[in-house]
Design a protein around this ligand. Structure first.
Ligand code: COA
Ligand code: AMP
Length: 630
């Protein structure tokens, strides 16, 4: 198939294109309206269609005679466990858990938070919610109780599903105690907490709202999937924005199922019943789309990996998993490859494994540097495909579409737009710029199916953040350019969001924590270059005039505060105490200037700067403390 023709067809007549793709799914009612407007005058797909995601991921395959096919391969080097679940097993596990949730009074439209490590029960919980129309919100385990509490107050779950504990390389993560702490902090109080006990040696205090996952499932009746409108929210997934408050991205059901099914075939080029492995976490969008829903809708075997690319036990883990489970297509973040490369620069460990099963290696989550791309290409010997997308899109926006036609790669570019995405580069005035001119990456409306529907409880933020900046376009928040050959290059965020080890974090949120330290008068948090994690946060703090604490004490306390409030995943370890911050004459902190200095990028001194001499002071502080690229 020819990429250009296929892509052009999707842009020229989106309704015909996506109607055809939607017919690849089994609907209770096939939609008669393909594209229409919702009550906010925003595009929606398949509004009168009816279907159920849990049915498509499980029951459909059982009905088609594939009940004995493996659906989930759970591989946990941290607990030394390997276990497989067939589609029949899934039907029983998910059906009974859904029955238990129903018995607890959960109904279509209720919300539930899932805060679990990478265990099969996290997937069962998501699919059980989907089965009965409960909107789930999975929260990544690396977030601290305070962050969990913010999400509890925003989506007001009737219940929380959690596990007693998880393992992070060399330490136990007390999931259940974190949930208790979050409930203490939140205003909204969920009715129950369903706890999957793991017996990893952690102390798990009992609370009156606790229910035991295993006994609930053992005694529950099976619940069948219910027919849901295509526009029914399947989930809310919180992601960092440019304020201290995360945004709850709402995903629909029918558009998402259509897009995922399409992407498995045409982007990832994976056949039904092959093994697909996305080495991410269910707490991120990659986990939602390509550990859970995408592979299962497509009747693949999906790998749930509870470990890290290194240290569990070493840098050969990925290669062992690929070869042991015959993975056909794999997806990870460039950071994971950099971590492996650091431990095994010559790729010697790769030679111990037969990777002949692997067809494609996909990379995403952050910018893929050329050195990382070349290293994988050299050592794995299969096409390495950098692709670009975000929580909001839910599935790739730029990619070499492996199931259509592999086009030649230009390092640094995730190649061309995926079907349905009319990607343009705009200037400040919202006009499309010439080839190779950098600007804002935007997508002409309508977006294809599967992308965000809105922000939970905050339609104004949705409109103002994504639609208002450029009329007729969705604004991605990324900068980039398109070269003369049409290759799209993403150069990075144009806002205060940073990307640390493939994790999207808000510097505004970290600033709130730093500013709350009693000795801090004012502060700025920026992302600076890091060889392993791509970016790491750096806090610059100016102390109050009456501060009596030593610098080292303030630094230590700030690191601890950010870890306690946001979570270990924030990775804030660098705190610089400075005399003053660069500001405009009206007192606005010049964060962009700070970022450019740290990353040794060219910059022009803003005419509004209060005192240009500060640039040399900051340069000196960064050089002395080896911050960023110096
Ligand atoms: N629960 C609790 N804590 C967690 C966690 C979880 N699920 N995930 C991460 N953390 C903690 C880590 O233990 C670490 O704590 P520490 O500062 O005490 O060491 C901290 O959060 C930062 O974690 P991470 O960014 O993962 O760094 P790391 O040093 O532990 O590992 C890599 C480095 C490169 C191996 C790791 O970041 C990695 O595998 N990256 C791939 C990223 C990825 O898959 N992203 C998904 C998007 S596609
Ligand atoms: P998230 O919403 O957590 O998936 O993060 C999305 C952001 O990560 C995007 O807006 C980009 O800034 C960045 N990103 C993801 N994939 C890529 C990629 N392949 N190349 C460059 N940046 C990427």
């Amino acid at each position: 198939m020819n990429y250009k023709n296929f892509y052009n067809r999707s842009i020229a007549n989106p309704e015909a294109f996506w109607k055809e793709q939607a017919s690849e799914l089994t609907w209770y009612d096939f939609p008669s309206t393909i594209l229409s407007k919702d009550s906010y005058n925003y595009d929606q797909w398949f509004s009168d269609g009816k279907l159920n995601m849990s049915y498509l991921c499980i029951d459909k395959h059982v009905q088609d005679g594939y009940g004995d096919q493996v659906a989930i391969i759970y591989d946990s080097p941290v607990t030394n466990t390997k276990k497989k679940y067939t589609y029949n097993d899934m039907k029983s596990e998910v059906g009974r858990l859904a029955g238990a949730l129903k018995k607890l009074g959960l109904e279509k439209g209720d919300t539930a938070i899932i805060y679990m490590p990478m265990i099969p029960q996290a997937l069962f919980s998501m699919l059980a919610c989907a089965r009965i129309g409960v909107v789930h919100s999975v929260v990544f385990g690396g977030f601290a109780p305070h962050e969990l509490a913010i999400r509890i107050d925003d989506c007001k779950p009737k219940i929380i599903l959690t596990a007693s504990s998880g393992i992070e390389v060399d330490r136990i993560i007390p999931y259940k105690p974190y949930v208790d702490k979050a409930i203490e902090l939140s205003k909204h109080k969920p009715e129950n907490v369903v706890v999957y006990k793991r017996h990893l040696g952690a102390d798990v205090p009992d609370k009156e709202y606790d229910l035991d996952y295993k006994s609930l499932v053992r005694t529950a009746d099976m619940a069948s999937p219910i027919s849901l409108p295509s526009t029914h929210p399947l989930y809310i997934l919180y992601t960092s924005g440019t304020t201290g408050k995360p945004k709850g991205i709402i995903r629909d059901t029918g558009g998402y199922a259509t897009a995922l099914k399409f992407s498995m075939k045409y982007i990832y080029g994976v056949e039904q019943d092959e093994v697909f492995w996305a080495a991410s976490d269910v707490g991120w969008v990659v986990g939602h789309s390509y550990i859970v829903y995408g592979p299962l809708v497509n009747r693949n075997m999906t790998v749930i990996f509870e470990g890290k690319p290194i240290r569990t036990p070493d840098a050969s883990t990925f290669w062992r998993v690929i070869s042991e489970h015959s993975v056909s297509v794999m997806f990870t973040a460039p950071t994971a490859i950099r971590a492996i490369k650091k431990e095994d620069p010559q790729g010697s460990l790769i030679k111990n494994y037969d990777l002949s099963c692997l067809r494609y290696q996909f990379l995403a989550g952050e910018r893929c540097d050329v050195a990382t791309l070349s290293w994988v290409q050299q050592h794995i010997g299969v096409p390495v495909i950098d692709h670009w997308w975000q929580t909001e899109s839910g599935w790739p926006m730029l990619s070499n579409m492996a199931g259509v036609e592999l086009v030649p790669v230009k390092p640094g570019s995730a190649t061309f737009p995926v079907c349905g995405y009319d990607i343009q580069i705009l200037n400040d005035e919202g006009q499309e710029v010439d080839a190779s001119t950098e600007g804002y990456v935007a997508v002409k409306l309508p977006l294809p199916p599967g992308t965000l529907r809105n922000i939970w409880g905050n339609p104004d933020r949705f409109r103002d953040g994504y639609l208002a900046p450029f009329k007729g376009y969705y604004f991605s928040g990324d900068g980039g350019y398109i070269d003369e050959d049409g290759y799209v290059f993403i150069t990075g965020r144009v806002d205060d969001i940073i990307n640390v080890a493939g994790h999207r974090l808000s510097t505004a949120e970290m600033e709130e924590v730093v500013a709350a330290h009693p000795s801090v008068a004012e502060c700025a948090v920026i992302g600076v270059h890091d060889d392993l994690k791509g970016q790491i946060p750096l806090a610059l703090a100016v102390t109050k005039s009456d501060n009596m604490l030593a610098e080292s004490v303030i630094q230590e306390e700030i690191v601890k505060d950010v870890r306690a409030h946001i979570g270990a995943v924030a990775s804030l370890k660098l705190v610089l105490i400075v005399e003053r911050l660069p500001k405009t004459r009206s007192g606005k902190i010049l964060r962009k200037l700070l970022r450019s200095i740290a990353d040794d990028k060219e910059f022009s001194i803003p005419s509004t700067i209060d005192d240009p001499n500060i640039i040399n002071e900051i340069k000196l502080a960064f050089t002395t403390h080896k911050v960023g690229i110096n």
